[in-house]
Design a protein around this ligand. Structure first.
Ligand code: SF4
Ligand code: SF4
Length: 297
């Protein structure tokens, strides 16, 4: 750190900051967070002092985790340490020595691959090997945080068909148990948490919005249905239940091969496989319409 500050490293340096920035003027006789001592006086050097000393000369500053990006749980209501994110502390006019504003990779805990991928992209840029990748208005890697977690959730199909879990352990959409996924920017649905595996909804948990600047206050109380979900889940229930029934009808027809007339010759069947009665008639029309534009010329 001393060498970096003195310009004695042979290469540019990048700061990766984890944890919220706490106001050291409130720490009394002690300190909130420290790193090393002044070699001449023995004075404890706070981490915040290092940030202030090193940030102007850094090639980039990357905040990792929701505490470092937006303040996180230490900055929740009450906030005795006046905790805040790195971007709040350095201010909107901050630019690194290479002209880059603070890069933010949120998450509580953050997905490791998100950090590595972002750091690699920034390093490629700093070495002149690639253009600066796209970041959003809050400095998040746009390609990682551009979508809501809901759009890639393995349970999204249940939401669309209006089927909701009533208890943890159920396989359906968790919105009525308190999931905020439809309004939360996070890529855990497609990325998983470790090496492509796991993730909140994959493991049966709700989304509590841990990547968002409003976390935790704006997502509490946890484990209660978000008020806005009443409108969307009721709409899904009404529209989805109709769509689901239509799909059941279609599915029963698609489970019949072209050579089966009335039913499958399966010894496994506990009930008939194909459509019957009025459903069968509906399907005749459906099938006629489906193939009406086919041409075998
Ligand atoms: S569990 Fe959450 S993220 Fe997944 S579909 Fe339901 S509301 Fe969306
Ligand atoms: S799904 Fe929600 S709770 Fe889970 S990591 Fe993403 S933002 Fe956090």
């Amino acid at each position: 750190l001393f060498m970096a500050e003195a310009g004695e490293l042979d290469a540019p340096y990048v700061i990766t900051w984890e944890g919220s920035v706490m106001d050291e003027t409130l720490s009394g006789d002690g300190y909130w967070m420290g790193l090393g001592e002044d070699p001449e006086t023995g004075r404890q050097i706070t981490s915040l002092e290092w940030l202030d000393r090193l940030a102007p000369g850094a090639a980039a500053v990357i905040a990792i985790g929701t505490c470092a990006t937006w303040g996180g749980i230490p900055a929740a209501k009450g906030n005795p340490t006046n905790a805040m994110g790195v971007m709040d502390h350095l201010g909107k006019d901050y630019r690194s020595a290479f002209g880059v504003p603070v890069v933010n990779v949120p998450g509580c805990s953050p997905i490791g691959d998100n950090y590595l991928e972002t750091a690699a992209a920034v390093l490629l840029f700093l070495n002149g090997l690639a253009p600066l990748p796209e970041f959003d208005e809050l400095g998040r890697p746009a390609w990682l945080f551009g979508e809501t977690v809901h759009r890639h959730c393995p349970r999204a199909g249940y939401y669309e068909e209006g089927v909701f879990a009533e208890a943890y352990g159920d396989k359906e959409c968790l919105v009525e148990l308190g999931c905020w996924g439809p309004v939360v920017q996070c890529n855990i649905g497609e990325r998983g948490i470790v090496d492509g595996h796991g993730g909140c909804m994959q493991m049966g948990g709700i989304c509590i919005g841990c990547t968002m600047p409003g976390f935790p206050d704006k997502f509490s109380p946890f484990f209660e249905a978000p008020p806005g979900s009443m409108v969307s889940s009721t709409t899904s229930r009404v529209v989805g239940s109709f769509i689901r029934r239509m799909r059941e009808v279609s599915k029963s027809d698609k489970n019949m091969s072209a050579r089966w007339e009335d039913d499958a010759p399966s010894g496994w069947a506990r009930s008939r496989t194909g459509p019957r009665g009025a459903v069968k008639i509906v399907h005749r029309f459906y099938s006629k319409y489906q193939h009406s534009k086919e041409s075998y010329n």
